[in-house]
Design a protein around this ligand. Structure first.
Ligand code: ATP
Length: 633
């Protein structure tokens, strides 16, 4: 885009003369290219005449190509989405565009892969002009576990760094000069920054500690950061993941506006079951090493066929709504959380019983993660939800309590809580250790699911007995746990592909002999270092970890992000079957009436919830700190 006082770019979309920031934004439509005399010599963004795509080091003709017979051309007037079905295949397309895979034969010089980046006078380096931001992948780098619960407590000095300081330091006001610090950016960037901040509703978050931001708020900030970098070509992989309905349409409108101005030209990555934005005109569908490209109408037919095939393969059988629920696992009465001056949760009352299925809904920043962190014991304010009669709370405050598994939260040590809750959240996914070499194998990751830590412990890696009667792991319990790991791997392992088994260093540490007839691929998967799996498979493995122990309470927050439609269909089916079965016998089952696992699922996409209304799912909504729809008994 051309901004005030910036020279128009090589293809000269907009004259910088007399340009005013309109209410429609500082962008004009790309169509104007046609009427501008400085039109580019090439209106092609990227061009791949028929080619195979290989990993570096793989020989042509001998190695299996990552993509075969790829033929793809993108014009500036078109809007493309890359739709992926197989694990990591969509990301591989973006890797290829970033030069991390080898195209053979290479797109012919002098224009090469990106004709857009070339003109008669100069060739630009794609490294400077193309950027990719993936929301399907984890945010953190490095292999060690980090404490994601730091955001719930009093923010430590080192965590006080604000969103503005960490991501947008050039916008900090310099009080002396009354100007904003400009590092490498121009004043025009600040104008764009102000415009986008207002549009994206990020203003009130800029000066909050960055760690305080919710998942969706952080994602919006990352999109803003990517747009401010002003690449010529911006590849956004799953930009809508984790955004609520309102923010999804805001972000899509902004992307459309920018894309229509051709600067940056945007290509987005979508999962097979994602809704294709209205303004997208063309699709590249990636499936099993093949990329099919074409206009949207034609390609939507292909997409629908693939989706239908996957759904049919994992057909959901109707599940009966539980007639009677079991005993309560969570009893919240008038539970509140405040980050002065803001009260994020106001007098929440909710009883969660075994067998109950709850879909927790709420906009980004409405407090869903905060609510879950009270149940997992991660939030320090979980200790302070005390009855007023205890003398530690305000005598005029309404009667309140937080009871978990039949006991006041303050009487349950956090490790004991973790040994009773199956958990997967975006925060846990980001923080889980991924050291390599020397990190956990897939088997070991599943084994940590019994007692909730991130370190493999005990014989066969299935724990040492935390939470077991007497704190001792009996032989029978250990055998049950080992059997469960194989069972869950058997049920869901097929969806977590091992990248290249022969090249993958394997670890047999802790792995007991598999049951008879275990497919070799499953043993391969069990041995694979967790850190080497593609991102969707890592998420699936952490989901298996949450499911393996059949804990009485299952908390699943945005677990389908980054998963493809086959995985989602398989996981949904497994959740429907497995959570209805009795939970693993534990100290909680006093009444003998089990009812299955209690499941709280958080997703902004209704279609991801494994149960329909007729199957007993209860919709519980957080809005303005208040909870509606939650049963209180
Ligand atoms: N330590 C803190 N100080 C101030 N505000 C905080 C702190 N921690 C969280 N918040 C605010 O509390 C609100 C609730 O955050 P939470 O992560 O629970 O939202 P959420 O509903 O899970 O959102 P999302 O859908 O984006 O994941 C957010 O507006 C967040 O900025």
């Amino acid at each position: 885009m051309a901004y005030p006082s910036l020279p128009a770019r090589s293809f000269g979309v907009i004259s910088s003369q007399n340009f005013k920031l309109s209410s429609a934004g500082p962008f004009k439509r790309c169509r104007s290219i046609k009427s501008v005399s400085t039109a580019p010599p090439h209106s092609v963004v990227l061009d791949i005449p028929k080619a195979n795509v290989y990993r570096f080091g793989d020989a042509n003709n001998r190695a299996t190509p990552v993509f075969r017979d790829l033929e793809w051309s993108v014009k500036t007037t078109e809007s493309w989405a890359v739709v992926g079905s197989g694990s990591g295949e969509k990301s591989a397309i973006f890797d290829m565009l970033m030069g991390h895979l080898r195209i053979h034969p290479p797109p012919p010089p002098p224009l090469g892969l990106f004709p857009l980046l070339s003109n008669a006078n100069e060739l630009r380096d794609p490294h400077d002009c193309v950027s990719v931001v993936s929301f399907a992948n984890r945010r953190a780098v490095g292999g060690a576990f980090y404490d994601y619960t730091a955001r719930y407590g009093a923010v430590r000095e080192e965590d006080k760094i604000t969103l503005r300081q960490s991501m947008f330091p050039e916008t900090i006001h310099d009080l002396k000069s009354q100007s904003r610090i400009s590092l490498h950016e121009t004043a025009t960037d600040l104008q764009l920054f102000d415009y986008l901040v207002a549009k994206m509703g990020l203003g009130h978050l800029l000066d909050l500690p960055r760690i305080a931001l919710s998942n969706g708020q952080t994602r919006r900030a990352r999109i803003l950061k990517a747009l401010l970098a002003k690449p010529r070509l911006l590849l956004l992989d799953e930009p809508l993941t984790g955004l609520d309905v309102e923010n999804r349409s805001t972000v899509l409108a902004i992307l459309h506006e920018l894309h229509a101005a051709c600067d940056p030209h945007i290509i987005i990555g979508l999962r097979m079951h994602d809704v294709v934005p209205e303004w997208v005109t063309h699709l590249a569908i990636v499936n099993d090493g093949q990329v099919r490209t074409g206009p949207k109408a034609k390609m939507l037919e292909v997409k629908t066929q693939m989706q239908d095939a996957a759904v049919a393969a994992a057909a959901d059988e109707v599940v009966q709504a539980p007639t009677t629920l079991g005993e309560p696992v969570v009893e919240m009465k008038n539970v509140s959380v405040t980050y002065p001056p803001r009260q994020v949760l106001k007098n929440i009352t909710w009883t969660i019983r075994k067998g109950g299925r709850y879909h927790l809904q709420g906009a980004n920043g409405s407090g869903k993660t905060t609510l879950l962190s009270l149940l997992t014991g991660d939030h320090p304010q979980s200790y302070t939800q005390l009855p007023s009669s205890s003398g530690t709370a305000d005598a005029n405050a309404p009667s309140r309590h937080l009871r978990l598994f039949g006991a006041p939260r303050a009487r349950l040590a956090t490790p004991l809580l973790q040994a009773r809750i199956g958990l997967l959240t975006p925060e846990l996914f980001d923080a889980f250790p991924r050291r390599h070499p020397g990190g956990l194998s897939v088997w070991e990751v599943l084994g940590t699911g019994f007692e909730g830590g991130c370190v493999s412990q005990g014989l066969h890696g299935v724990g040492v007995g935390t939470g077991a009667p007497g704190g001792v792991l009996s032989e029978a319990e250990r055998a049950w746990r080992v059997g469960r790991v194989w069972e869950v791997l058997g049920a869901l392992g097929e969806y977590a592909s091992v990248p290249t088994p022969s090249a993958t260093p394997s670890s047999t540490r802790h792995i007991p002999p598999p049951p008879p007839n275990t497919p070799p691929a499953l043993l391969d998967l069990a041995q694979t270092p967790f850190a080497l799996l593609p991102t969707p498979a890592q998420r699936l493995v952490l989901l298996m970890r949450a499911l393996v122990a059949r804990h009485p309470l299952l908390l699943l927050d945005e677990v389908f992000s980054g998963m493809d439609h086959k995985m989602i269909a398989g996981v949904r089916r497994y959740l429907r079957e497995s959570t209805a079965a009795p939970t693993h016998a534990d100290a909680d089952s006093k009444s003998g009436q089990d009812g299955g696992q209690a499941v709280v699922i958080i997703t902004h996409l209704e279609g991801e919830v494994p149960w329909g209304e007729a199957e007993g799912v209860v919709r519980v909504v957080l809005r303005d700190g208040e909870l509606s729809g939650a049963p209180s008994e």
